[in-house]
Design a protein around this ligand. Structure first.
Ligand code: IPE
Ligand code: IPE
Ligand code: MG
Ligand code: MG
Ligand code: MG
Length: 301
């Protein structure tokens, strides 16, 4: 096969694989959170998790696990747990006290569709449910592996990770950052930490060395938020499924603000190269993860 056709074949394999994992994640989340009649909290949890999203984090768990001899079912279970936590972060991120957004994944945000209190509680419940799922034997038969997943996800989600990064994001609205290092720290925490956890999860499930995947995850995690910030400026909101042009209006600290649109794109591409270089030890087995790195900066939604 010529170089161009091979690249096109890998890309279409990637698109199919992303759709497959998204569908399996959807089915598993639906089974983990079945409908309960007249239960407002469960309805909101289902609304927040089902029927949308790229499912990029579960995809990374599944693909990093595929490098090793890990059961796909265990990887899907860990991926679904992480997706619950990610969906909680979106529900709270959209609240009036945070980004005050009305549209997410192409429909009304949880607090708009239900109400604020229900959105807060649905977020709380999804956050805690993530850890419940990680603790189940369906995620891994060994307690020590489950414990490590719980430990690493709590670090990635909490003060040193996502929640801490969100605090910095909000503080920057009134007291702008002055250095690129400060923005990188905020982005690495608010978005990078969960993506890095997703990338390392395969090695954790396999009890293998996490080093190369940690480097890969750190690079794509930062690239992912840069690309989110670029999309806020450039994307078509109906395709993106959320409002655009909001970061500048709200005075958010972004790479785009600091480096300009082209500079931010260059930085994202540099990080993709760095991520791909970290995968060298895995050879061809890591092609899907290489493709994922490229997708992160070429995506339109
Ligand atoms: C959006 O994440 C929030 C950020 C961390 C930038 P995604 O772009 O992965 O959102 P979904 O899950 O596909 O809706
Ligand atoms: C959110 O970043 C990151 C989270 C931890 C949820 P943004 O606030 O830029 O995400 P969007 O653009 O609302 O999806
Ligand atoms: Mg935000
Ligand atoms: Mg937001
Ligand atoms: Mg954004």
């Amino acid at each position: 096969m010529g170089k161009v056709t091979l690249a096109a074949a890998i890309e279409s394999m990637f698109t199919r694989e992303l759709a497959r994992v998204a569908q399996e994640t959807e089915l598993l989340l639906d089974a983990l959170l079945p409908e309960v009649p007249d239960n407002r909290l469960r309805s909101a949890m289902r609304y927040a998790t089902l029927g949308g999203g790229k499912r990029l984090r579960p995809f990374l768990v599944v693909q990093s696990a595929a490098l090793f001899d890990v059961s796909p079912q265990h990887a899907l279970s860990a991926g679904a747990a992480l997706e619950c936590l990610h969906c909680y972060s979106l529900v709270h991120d959209d609240l009036p006290a945070m980004d005050n957004d009305s549209i997410r994944r192409g429909r009304a945000t949880v607090h708009r569709h239900f109400d604020e209190a229900t959105a807060i509680l649905a977020g709380d419940s999804l956050l805690t449910f993530a850890f419940e799922v990680l603790c189940r034997e369906a995620t891994h038969p060994k307690e020590s592996v489950r414990l490590q997943l719980v430990l690493e996800l709590s670090r990635a989600a909490g003060e040193s990770g996502m929640a801490g990064g969100q605090m910095l994001d909000l503080m920057a609205e009134s007291e702008p950052f002055r250095t690129l290092a400060a923005i990188s720290d905020m982005q690495n925490r608010k978005t990078g930490a969960l993506i890095r956890f997703a990338s390392e999860a395969g090695a954790m499930l396999a009890e293998a060395d996490r080093g190369p995947l940690a480097r890969y995850g750190a690079a794509i995690g930062l690239a992912f938020q840069i690309s989110d910030d670029v999309l806020d400026v450039e994307a078509d909101p109906s395709r993106l499924g959320k409002a655009t042009q909001k970061d500048e209006a709200k005075g958010k600290a972004t790479f785009v603000e600091f480096l300009g649109l082209e500079g931010a794109k260059r930085e994202a591409h540099r990080l993709v190269e760095q991520a791909i270089a970290a995968l060298a030890v895995f050879g061809q087995k890591a092609d899907m993860l290489r493709e994922t790195a490229g997708f992160i900066v070429s995506r339109r939604s």
